[in-house]
Ligand binder design. Structure first.
Ligand code: F6R
Length: 589
């Protein structure tokens, strides 16, 4: 949720941290701040607002010092105010802290610290960390020891970075249930919640694991577990490049990512055959296959479940990760849990994975961020390889996940013809992208309607759910995705004159029934937006998609729905890259 980054090295820290903040703004964007140490003096600048706006008057770039930490916030505890923005400092202003996560026992800690005379300046849970560090610094001189004592007091999830005015050569990070990665360069080192924070400077990364702290200096990185014992770590070379993070000629990341899909689909299908074989064998052999994910990734999971049942007659269960604890009684040593995630850091998903592993299940995953916690917790993971997805709404990662779902399902049944069609599906996606003008027309006509419905049957139902989610989160129209057959069981009561209904209706076995649904709704005043390879007079608006194998339509029919949500947002003057109240990578439960 929040983005955190820190640097220590030969360079001035503030410009590097400022750049990192801009790169990480997609993780949270209601406040930002930087702390640096110059000489032995700790200086903090922070406020509520967007990074660039705050910089206009606070001038982050003028901050001096070769060590610093920086934070972009997505509020959890306390309103969006300057006081609640990070970094937080101790009473003596000799320790600064930034944090991502939730300190569950912050109330008790705060009361105890207040009783000892500590004065709090914010409503955040994070500030207790700064005061705890100060408290332990009264007894211990060594910064590492101070942090190790502090983590013993904390309950909940955290990734935090701390700097000490008394030790201006040391940057310390601690991790429990929230990501932290170290970026290694020849002239200094970074620690951040996200490799994008330092990808402009290095692709050499060490990923911290849970219950570890990193003690980072200009030329040295040491990792310890919470018991203080040294831990040896590998340096990983990550595949992402700085150029992947630019908007290129596009107005927003979201539209760039929508338009990248012909390439990202090809990349998703380029997989290590050995891994695919192992995945396929495990799916075939497993007594129970279970799928879990959140949000858009869950919709991709629904497609995977449907394909396994329909093609391979494999019965699998699917559970929203946030519901896993209440609904996973059947998970056991003979289960295979498949987690789907763009970030690989979604807290609910990681908790489902931990739960399943405790019960003896094997965990496999389909994810985008290699090296993420999910990746490291999985016995086998397939990367969708779509590069950094910066728009908060998942777009190219969704089609990447779908591509792998198809690849697995077709491989389970050795359907070579469909595998070959799948490899060419990017061409149909290119065709669909050419429909953008038509989609803009539709977005313009209906953009201010209060309620939208997205209706589909079978494999189209997850896409209907996804279309509704995209419109809600980007354009803030109320939208519902639903199964065609369910209309009569309630929702039809809400259809009135002018209600827009997107009908997913390519030619397959659901075609005729969907046309009947469209007629029922039209008779009650709905405006029917048909997405199909075949025109029909019933559609008030027609968005044409090319004819492809009937199982593959989800991969292409979602594209106009993504474009619809994007253009509705732009026409309604909402920022599609940074929807209100949302953040990419939901690392808190
Ligand atoms: C919607 C969206 C979210 C994510 C969800 C899971 O556009 O982006 O619903 O799909 O938060 O995130 P990952 O896939 O990173 O686990």
């Amino acid at each position: 949720m929040c983005g955190i980054t820190g640097y220590v090295g030969e360079e001035e820290a503030a410009p590097l941290l400022y750049n990192g903040l801009k790169r990480m703004e997609y993780r949270g964007y209601d406040s930002a701040g930087i702390a640096t140490i110059s000489g032995n003096q700790l200086v903090v600048k922070k406020d509520a607002g967007k990074v660039a706006e705050i910089n206009n008057y606070l001038d982050f770039l003028s901050m001096r010092g070769k060590i610093g930490i920086a934070h972009t916030r997505w509020a959890t505890h306390g309103g969006v105010t300057k006081e609640n923005a990070h970094p937080h400092v101790s009473c003596k202003i000799d320790v600064a802290v930034i944090h991502n996560g939730i300190i569950e026992n912050h109330q008790q800690l705060k009361e105890a610290l207040k009783a000892d005379g500590h004065i709090f300046n914010s409503e955040t849970d994070t500030e207790v960390i700064a005061h705890l560090l100060e408290k332990h610094a009264e007894k211990h001189k060594d910064s590492k020891r101070i942090v190790l004592e502090t983590v013993k007091d904390l309950k909940g999830s955290f990734a935090f970075l701390a700097i000490f005015a008394s030790d201006p050569e040391t940057l310390i990070g601690a991790r429990k249930d929230a990501p932290l990665a170290i970026g290694i360069t020849r002239r200094g080192n970074f620690i951040a919640s996200d490799i994008l924070a330092f990808i402009d400077y290095t692709d050499r990364v060490i990923f911290l694991d849970n219950r570890e702290i990193a003690v980072v200096k200009q030329d040295k990185v040491q990792i310890y577990n919470f018991a203080g014992r040294p831990v040896q770590k590998q340096i990983t070379q990550v595949a992402w490049e700085a150029k992947d993070t630019s908007k290129a000629e596009f107005a927003h990341y979201t539209t760039k990512e929508i338009h990248e899909q012909p390439q990202t689909l090809k990349a998703a299908l380029y997989q290590d055959q050995d891994k695919i074989k192992r995945f396929v064998e495990a799916v075939k052999q497993s007594e129970h296959v279970n799928i879990t994910a959140c949000g858009t990734s869950y919709h991709a999971g629904l497609v995977l479940r449907n394909l396994l049942a329909r093609l391979a007659k494999i019965r699998s269960g699917i559970t929203l990760s946030s519901e896993f604890a209440h609904d996973a009684e059947l998970i056991g040593p003979d289960s295979l849990l498949i987690g789907l995630s763009q970030s690989g850091e979604t807290a609910d998903l990681l908790s489902a994975v931990a739960d399943a592993k405790k019960k003896g299940a094997e965990v496999f995953s389909i994810l985008n961020v290699v090296g993420s916690t999910l990746d490291r917790e999985s016995a086998l993971s397939l990367s969708i390889n779509c590069g950094p997805e910066i728009g908060v709404a998942a777009t190219k990662s969704f089609t990447g996940q779908l591509a792998i779902a198809y690849l697995l399902a077709f491989s389970v049944v050795d359907d070579m013809r469909r595998l070959s069609e799948l490899r060419n599906i990017w061409k149909a996606v290119e065709e669909v992208l050419k429909q953008e003008d038509k989609v803009v027309d539709v977005a313009d006509k209906y953009k201010d309607c209060n309620d939208f419905y997205f209706v589909g049957r079978g494999l189209h139902l997850p896409i209907a759910l996804e279309g509704a989610l995209k419109l809600k989160e980007l354009a803030y129209n109320h939208a519902e995705g639903m199964a065609g057959g369910e209309l009569k069981h309630g929702t039809l009561a809400l259809i009135e004159e002018g209600t827009p209904v997107v009908v997913l209706n390519p030619e397959d076995e659901t075609y005729d029934e969907m046309l009947s649904n469209a007629s029922e709704m039209k008779a009650r005043g709905a405006r029917i937006i048909g997405v199909s390879n075949k025109p029909n007079q019933i559609y008030d608006e027609f968005i044409e998609i090319p004819k492809v194998d009937k199982l593959l339509y989800p991969l292409i029919e979602v594209i106009p729905l993504q474009m619809l949500a994007y253009h509705a947002a732009v026409l309604r003057k909402k920022d599609p890259d940074y929807p209100r109240n949302l953040a990419k990578s939901v690392t808190v439960k």
